[in-house]
Design a protein around this ligand. Structure first.
Ligand code: SF4
Length: 366
């Protein structure tokens, strides 16, 4: 077992090393308390800190803590835990390989074995799809299919294909962006196969650790308050409707109802919705106020909720469906889509639209 495997336990070579060493998982969890402890630490850190923490000083313990961690998240089997864990492993790996790949030759020589860019790309079958631009250091072109596969629904607008100069079926990316694509590939690799099916004997042996992870999850309010307004993270259908309102285009009653009900459901007040709609002066403030108050139940006996995807589809309001719609929320509800995006977002993406408005007002007042 090599140090490289311990640093990147998701590599195929690391998996082979564990297999070659004939490690039996039941024996491991019963007899290697250091690996179990570090495995638990990986998962706890993933939930609370977003990384998997500092490596154990012993290579074997560090490497074997990875399968232990995978078993633990499988035993708890909460969707949010699986996602957080995979993301934390990917973030940690990304921090490590970014540092290694950009380190000076002097630092590199102190590592007996390290990952180079070609190995990293080859590991995720990216070599044939990522092309270095001749004469331009740190500039690459990625085949569009590969680009889409590794950016699907994950990041902000700058990653959307419409905002990239596509040429000859290839998308330009710089070195930092390329490594972010690899981070995404790592995350998928880690997620792959989770949750595992865990034999009872192993589950029983890990009862205490599983309980501990459940406690950590319970202590933390993982469902980010949905009372956050970040239009960039809205589902495609709602973004489309909002764009139309803001451009002053006519919306059918059901469409207007859908966007107003969605905005109400994410905690916006009538005044805020009116303000968000008001980019175009012809939007009809009175009608909007009346409709939003009605949806909210203030001028009617019923509080209406935002329509589910099936309803949106039947009215032709499901527009620009993407991978998250299909693969993550299973075309269930636009609010599920939005919750997912909030949960996945980096902190810096989460600037509440209302805070921006307040800043502008402060500026105006100043
Ligand atoms: S699948 Fe649902 S969330 Fe996605 S665009 Fe259609 S209605 Fe909106």
């Amino acid at each position: 077992m090599k140090a490289l495997h311990a640093r990147y336990p998701f590599l195929s070579a690391a998996r082979e090393a564990v297999e070659t060493a004939g490690v039996d998982l039941s024996e491991l969890v019963a007899s290697d308390s250091a690996a179990v402890e570090r495995g638990l630490e990986r998962v706890e850190w993933a939930v609370t800190e977003g990384t998997v923490g500092e490596p154990h000083r012993r290579t074997r313990v560090e490497l074997l803590s990875y399968p232990v961690a995978r078993v633990l998240v499988s035993l708890v089997d909460e969707h949010i835990l699986l996602r957080r864990y995979a993301r934390a492993e990917a973030v940690t790996a990304y921090d490590r390989f970014s540092e290694e790949l950009t380190a000076t030759a002097e630092f590199q020589s102190t590592r007996t074995e390290r990952l180079d860019r070609q190995d990293l790309l080859a590991e995720f079958d990216l070599s044939g799809h990522v092309h270095a631009v001749a004469g331009e250091d740190g500039e690459y072109r990625v085949d569009v299919g590969t680009y889409l596969e590794h950016t699907a629904g994950q990041w902000g607008d700058e990653w959307r294909l419409v905002n990239r100069p596509l040429a000859d079926g290839q998308v330009p990316v710089d070195e930092d962006e390329l490594l972010l694509l690899v981070r995404q590939a790592v995350r998928r690799r880690v997620e792959d196969g989770l949750p595992l099916s865990v034999p009872d004997a192993i589950a029983t042996e890990l009862d205490d650790e599983t309980e501990r992870v459940r406690d950590v999850l319970a202590d933390l309010d993982l469902t980010r308050d949905i009372d956050t307004v970040v239009p960039d993270l809205f589902p495609p259908c709602m973004r489309h409707l909002l764009d139309k309102v803001q451009k002053g285009e006519h919306l059918e009653h059901h469409s207007r109802f859908a966007i107003a009900a969605f905005l109400t459901s994410i905690g916006m007040s009538t005044d805020e919705i009116v303000e968000l709609f008001q980019v175009n002066p012809g939007f009809g403030e009175e009608a909007t106020r009346y409709q939003v108050d009605h949806i909210r139940g203030e001028t009617s006996p019923t509080e209406y909720s935002a329509p589910a995807c099936a309803t949106m589809q039947s009215y032709g309001d499901c527009v620009n469906k993407d991978d998250i719609c299909e693969d993550v929320i299973n075309e269930s509800h636009p609010l599920n889509y939005y919750e997912h995006r909030l949960e996945e977002a980096d902190e810096e993406e989460l600037v509440d639209w209302r805070d921006g408005e307040e800043d502008e007002e402060d500026d105006d007042a100043g």
